[in-house]
Design a protein around this ligand. Structure first.
Ligand SMILES: Cc1cc2nc3c(=O)[nH]c(=O)nc-3n(C[C@H](O)[C@H](O)[C@H](O)COP(=O)(O)OP(=O)(O)OC[C@H]3O[C@@H](n4cnc5c(N)ncnc54)[C@H](O)[C@@H]3O)c2cc1C
Length: 448
């Protein structure tokens, strides 16, 4: 049965949902207030999606869902230069370890494919609300005009407000972590500096963390990450302070030194980072509104440090498409089963990040590891350097093939490692107090 679908939001979630449904013969309209990239090829401001110009890493799941559900978007992404990192496994299989790309490159590819998709209309406008009839979603209201639909999909992202009043209380909130980042390009002929994994380099220091996400064609983003409570590092948003810090952190200097790379952007301060889960239900426990489903960041938002957001968003899209295949216009069954999926497969990632970020903030504030409570996932992973048998659970967790609960099987072994008194050692570099001194020297006026 052909279903008429209205999708609120034309970010990655909305457009991949739209393409997947249209390829199945459904009639779909996606509506986003953003008009798309300027036709003259100049910078796409993408107002309202604060992370658009920030560093993104892409996990294998993003490529898998695109290849299956929106192959034209995958082809366009490859055409724009994304680099899929293929790894040969000892058993002879080849797996994609991640995809190197800027977010802007990714979204341009997805949008260009969506615009060409028969059965999908990509409309510009502001969605004012979901219209209802007899307690069910009847469509959406766009800039004062109503559009009827059998199914409304809310893909309005982490900041979407349009249907928030219909939903029950979420889990989580601000994660207590802040960062600044800057985009660079490796100079011609300079080899890629050491990486921690296929898509990133990570350095851990006393009181802060550094990440480098490698994108396409030697372009990369460098991030310095701190606790929001550490106001002494706020000045890192100033170019002089960021450059002084980059030079003082040896692992980061290996990427950003003048002879290695040239900056492509100013330093970008990040907005508030969230760990939030909201399922499909309203305050009373029933569906928020039969005929309305939520997908993507509007369900599951996690700290970007692990680069999980687009993977969790697109795996939800794949599940929604399976459920529409199965239930057609029985939109209540779609909502109920999507909620069960979200609870089982999405909520654990948010809870995993809440636990990790909370414990990280306490350690950055000087606390020791709490061995009486649940060990957060990053600490379980770190302990594998001392007890390699812990490693068996880490691969499936790190690649998101298994849920965080897989680490429960090795948590006691990790605890035993920490009971010996061993602690992960910081990488060579300044402490956050020393970094704060550099910041204060570079930008004396912003010392707090
Ligand atoms: C700083 C930061 C860094 C990140 N880094 C990574 C990373 O490295 N890897 C990764 O996988 N993920 C990362 N993420 C997460 C990732 O960006 C999100 O998972 C992704 O944007 C979710 O896509 P979405 O389409 O669900 O939402 P969005 O991208 O937020 O899109 C929602 C769309 O809805 C539109 N919209 C909202 N309300 C309305 C309305 N009323 N009317 C019309 N349009 C509306 C908005 O304009 C927007 O286009 C990061 C997130 C942040 C905040």
């Amino acid at each position: 049965m052909v279903v008429k679908v209205a999708v609120i939001g034309g970010g990655p979630t909305g457009l991949v949902t739209g393409m997947g449904l249209a390829r199945r013969g459904h009639h779909v309209v996606t509506v986003d207030r953003d008009p798309g990239p300027p036709p003259d090829g100049s910078r796409w401001p993408r107002r309202g999606v604060m992370q658009f110009h920030h560093a993104h890493a892409f996990r294998a799941q993003v490529g898998e869902v695109l290849r299956a559900e929106a192959p034209a978007a995958w082809d366009a992404w490859v055409g724009l230069g994304c680099e899929a990192i293929e790894l040969a496994l000892p058993d002879g299989r080849t797996v994609t370890a991640g995809i190197r790309s800027r977010r802007e490159t990714f979204e341009r590819a997805v949008r260009s494919a969506a615009l060409e998709q028969p059965g999908l209309e990509v409309r510009t406008g502001h969605v004012d609300g979901t219209t209802t009839s007899r307690g069910r979603a009847q469509g959406i209201s766009v800039d004062g005009s109503d559009f009827d639909a059998d199914l409304v999909v809310d893909a309005s992202g982490r900041s979407g407000r349009v249907n928030r009043h219909l939903r029950g209380p979420g889990v989580g909130g601000e994660c207590g972590i802040a960062y600044v980042d800057r985009t660079y390009r490796l100079r011609p002929g300079v080899p890629v500096p050491p990486m921690t994994n296929a898509i990133a380099w990570q350095g851990n220091y006393v009181g802060f963390m550094v990440l480098v996400f490698l994108h396409e064609r030697g372009i990369f983003s460098a991030l310095i990450i701190r606790s929001t409570a550490n106001r002494d590092l706020v000045g890192l948003r100033h170019t002089g302070a960021f450059e002084a810090a980059s030079a003082a952190i040896p692992g980061l200097a290996a990427w950003t030194a003048d002879g290695v790379a040239e900056p492509l952007t100013d330093v970008l301060p990040g907005g508030p980072l969230l760990n939030v889960y909201r399922g499909q239900r309203g305050p009373s426990g029933g569906l928020a509104l039969p005929g309305l489903v939520f997908v993507g960041d509007s369900v599951c938002t996690t700290t970007p440090i692990f680069g999980r957001g687009i993977a969790t968003s697109l795996t939800q899209v794949a599940q929604l498409l399976r459920l529409v295949d199965e239930h057609g216009s029985d939109v209540e069954a779609v909502g109920d089963e999507l909620d069960a999926y979200d609870e089982a497969r999405m909520r654990p990632w948010v809870e995993d990040h809440i636990a990790m970020d909370h414990a990280q903030a306490r350690r950055w504030a000087g606390d020791d590891i709490d061995l009486a409570g649940h060990l957060p996932s990053d600490l379980i992973m770190n302990a594998a350097s001392q007890d390699p048998s812990i490693g068996e659970a880490i691969g499936p967790y790190a690649s998101m093939e298994a849920l965080p609960s897989v680490l429960g099987t090795v948590e006691e072994r990790a605890r035993a490692v920490y009971r010996t008194g061993w602690r992960p050692q910081p990488d060579p570099g300044p402490t956050s107090d020393e970094l704060a001194e550099l910041v204060a020297t570079a930008v004396p006026s912003v010392r707090n």
